[in-house]
Design a protein around this ligand. Structure first.
Ligand SMILES: Cc1cc2nc3c(=O)[nH]c(=O)nc-3n(C[C@H](O)[C@H](O)[C@H](O)COP(=O)(O)OP(=O)(O)OC[C@H]3O[C@@H](n4cnc5c(N)ncnc54)[C@H](O)[C@@H]3O)c2cc1C
Length: 446
């Protein structure tokens, strides 16, 4: 028998008797990721409802992988063997109003957590562009929003509970575990299955956002830091097709002591006269309110409304992090590629993220700027463009977003993420046989 056939038969055979008494397994059509560009390699998907169900599943499996809300664009969440979904582990467990933390199960979505926190008078310091992603799946890939002083969402984590390969519970906290904690938070699913997280919260705040159109590139060149520091969270949207940034979104905290007037102009860009979509031709119906209208933090930090649930997206995404000090050079390097990129791109977003200490965070030890690409679903063309973009950004030691599409080789990643070797040792302490590893991890970090 050929080796490939043997592996296929033996793994399929192994799955059935071993797991037949797990009532929370759903044998079904193979799942796809949100974008529909990836079909998961197994139809063995488990939906445990309790930590002990996760523990017995992990103990009995030889290979498995945690699964969140399937919003990654590459195969980081894939498994050929078994997927353990956090879908039914999505409760809010406790709110500590004295120490300002909330403890949740890993499967809760930001869109479910945020209104609860706001009702209790609290907020998270930042959110990603959409609220439909799970907390565990987001923090394990260093998902981020924007803001020169805002760390990514992983920096909110104060404690973690993980079911490790032998089925036992590993509890880590920022306060007690120092570097071990810094290594484990952005764990790419390799540390084990995250069942619980404690996140830092702060008093709730109101925000407003104003959008400006056509910011001349010359202004960006000369005033980059002033522009991205003009609000609590700033995003620049461009299609690289002119010598201007298409839109600048400035999100700021409301200061009740100062009368709000808004600005008619911003570094040569004109204030929008109605709500806009990042792609200016599209309807802004599903975008969060703009035009300086005040509202709660969780209805202004994301660009898209909570109630708007895109079931799937006909798009692909890539994103690269460069040090803030190289932002202008990096942006101009991509601007030069405008003609090549244009036909395959919906829109680019440029954001800033504050430095952190987390080992596999793309923002480790560097205040960062991200250049993000929302591509049309034209993978054959996009996969030819990515190495060219990566070459342009190589002088700035660009680090890719772990959950989006990139083509950098393992040695390149090793040179950009200085703590990769330490991370491998750390993960091996808790998962010596690579139970939680998959092909993506084998190809990128192992
Ligand atoms: C429309 C759209 C907008 C986006 N906007 C942003 C943005 O603004 N900023 C940004 O940084 N990213 C953004 N992303 C990317 C996305 O947020 C991240 O890729 C994130 O990791 C997705 O989380 P998820 O819950 O869907 O995880 P999944 O894709 O399901 O899994 C991601 C990883 O987490 C692991 N995992 C999931 N749950 C667990 C668990 N309980 N225990 C252990 N490991 C687990 C998986 O094994 C996998 O490695 C966007 C994606 C989409 C589709």
């Amino acid at each position: 028998m050929q080796r490939k056939t043997f592996i296929k038969l033996s793994s399929a055979f192994a799955a059935a008797p071993l797991f037949s008494n797990f009532h929370f397994m759903e044998q079904q059509e193979k799942l796809q990721n949100w974008a529909g560009n990836l079909t998961f390699s197994t139809s063995n998907v488990f939906y445990p409802k309790t930590v002990s169900e996760v523990q017995s599943l992990v103990k009995k499996s030889e290979k498995l992988r945690g699964l969140g809300t399937r919003h990654c664009f590459n195969s980081i969440a894939d498994s050929k063997f078994n997927l353990v979904s956090s879908n039914s582990l999505n409760n809010i467990l406790s709110l500590d109003t004295v120490n300002k933390t909330v403890t949740v199960e890993g499967g809760i979505k930001y869109g479910e957590l945020a209104p609860y926190l706001d009702k209790k008078g609290f907020a998270l310091h930042n959110l990603a562009s959409l609220p439909h992603i799970s907390v565990a799946g987001s923090i394990t890939t260093a998902t981020h929003g924007s803001g020169v002083k805002n760390g990514n969402l992983s920096t909110q984590v104060r404690a973690l509970e993980i079911v490790i390969a032998d089925g036992s519970l590993l509890k880590l906290s920022k306060e007690k575990d120092g570097e071990l904690f810094n290594g484990a938070v952005v764990g790419l699913g390799a540390m084990g299955f995250i069942t619980q997280l404690t996140l830092a919260v702060e008093p709730s705040f109101s925000m407003r956002q104003q959008v400006f159109v056509k910011l001349p590139l010359d202004q960006l060149k000369d005033h980059f830091m002033e522009i991205v520091s003009a609000g609590y969270s700033v995003s620049l949207f461009t299609d690289w097709q002119s010598d201007a940034i298409n839109e600048v979104w400035i999100k700021d905290k409301v200061n009740p002591e100062i009368e709000y007037r808004g600005m008619s102009e911003f570094y040569g860009a004109k204030a929008a006269i109605k709500d806009l979509h990042p792609i200016i031709e599209l309807s802004a119906e599903n975008c969060t309110p703009q035009m300086g209208k005040p509202g709660p933090w969780y209805e202004r930090l994301p660009h898209f409304k909570m109630g708007f649930t895109p079931s799937s997206g006909k798009e692909l995404q890539s994103e690269y992090f460069v040090p803030q000090r190289n932002a202008v050079e990096a942006i101009l390097a991509i601007q030069k590629m405008g003609k090549q990129i244009g036909p395959h791109l919906f829109i680019t977003e440029i954001r800033t993220i504050a430095a952190d200490q987390l080992w596999l965070s793309p923002c480790r030890n560097q205040d960062s700027v991200t250049i993000h690409f929302t591509w049309k679903q034209e993978w054959d063309e996009v996969k030819k463009l990515l190495p060219l973009i990566e070459k342009e950004l190589a002088p700035f030691h660009a680090r890719p977003h772990w959950g989006k599409l990139f083509t950098m080789s393992a040695p390149v990643l090793e040179s950009r993420y200085e703590k990769l070797a330490d991370f491998r040792k750390l993960a091996a302490n808790y998962d010596p046989k690579g139970k939680f590893r998959n092909e993506f991890l084998n190809g990128t970090i192992y």
